[in-house]
Design a protein around this ligand. Structure first.
Ligand code: PXL
Length: 281
């Protein structure tokens, strides 16, 4: 049995449960091999902490990617998220040129901001770079803030109704060429989930679950990691989004029940068992 292999290009934040500290355990639990290519090492993520350390790993990434190329490694998916510099975005583009094969799924989580705010380390040039990188993706997983940035629209002008958001997702699909999973989409009060456009079928689908009335940190990373794992297991986009929405709901419920602070991310560890038992597990 071939264990699917994913190159995960994200930061490593020591505390706060996001990016690689989510992607590695989630993909492993799903029976998928995660090969991390860390973009930066931070003491914590940048949301809700002061004085975090930030070590840019661009030079190291370049060397590691060259080594992987020399080894002839192949990946069933390349999954990128939080990036630390403009140069790094170009490096991920080069990584795709070197490693993308016919059947490689490229998932770009265009991590740039949330709740209408751009993350502190993201410059306008980096946002332009992310938009360029996202053009190479098979699947993108923006939240509404990132959707606005990708479309060069002010966040305040983004529609709130389903009809308008369907148009946003269609526009993000680049005329049906790439799949889009808009996260944090609420189809009705008390419900939340994702609005998906599947480039394979040309169909739009809303995937919903009950909403836990609290804000959480790192749920985008949990969502995109489960989605990537399910896609390399052969799930359709809709099935993969269903697994992601359901798992994020369980994480949100447990974190709320445990009363944990937002900046610590979600309490996902006791729930990893829900992810085992996929097609290859
Ligand atoms: O969850 C997205 C994310 C990833 N990585 C870092 C972040 C954030 C969000 O704040 O700061 C370092």
């Amino acid at each position: 049995m071939l264990i699917p292999r994913v190159a995960a290009i994200h930061d490593l934040s020591g505390f706060g449960r996001c990016s690689l500290t989510v992607a590695i355990p989630v993909l492993s639990a799903m029976g998928v091999q995660c090969c991390p290519l860390p973009t930066a090492f931070l003491s914590t993520h940048t949301g809700g902490f002061e004085g975090y350390t930030f070590l840019d790993l661009t030079d190291e990434m370049e060397k590691a990617a060259a080594h992987w190329k020399g080894l002839g490694l192949e990946f069933q998916a390349v999954y990128s998220g939080f990036l630390g510099s403009e140069r790094q975005i170009a490096l991920v583009e080069r990584f795709l040129r070197d490693f993308r094969r016919e059947d490689t799924v490229v998932v770009v989580d265009p991590v740039m901001g949330d709740e209408g705010e751009v993350y502190r380390t993201y410059t306008p040039a980096m946002c332009r770079g992310m938009k360029r990188l996202a053009r190479e993706a098979d699947v993108i997983t923006p939240n509404l803030t990132e959707a606005a940035l990708l479309l060069d629209l002010p966040y305040e002008t983004m529609p709130a109704d389903e009809e308008g958001l369907r148009r946003v997702v269609e526009e993000l699909s680049l005329e049906g060429k790439r799949s889009v999973v808009l996260t944090g989409f609420s189809a009705a009060p008390g419900s939340t989930g994702a609005l998906c456009f599947d480039a394979a079928t040309g169909e739009l689908e809303s995937i919903q679950a009950p909403r836990v009335e609290r804000e959480f940190c790192g749920t985008g990373d949990v969502f995109a990691s489960v989605l990537t794992g399910a896609l390399v297991q052969g799930a359709s986009l809709g099935e993969a989004a269903r697994r992601s929405v359901d798992f994020v709901l369980e994480c949100a419920r447990l974190t709320a029940a445990n009363g944990r602070p937002m900046r610590e991310g979600v309490d996902f560890e006791p729930l990893l068992g829900l992810l085992t038992g996929g097609r290859h597990a």
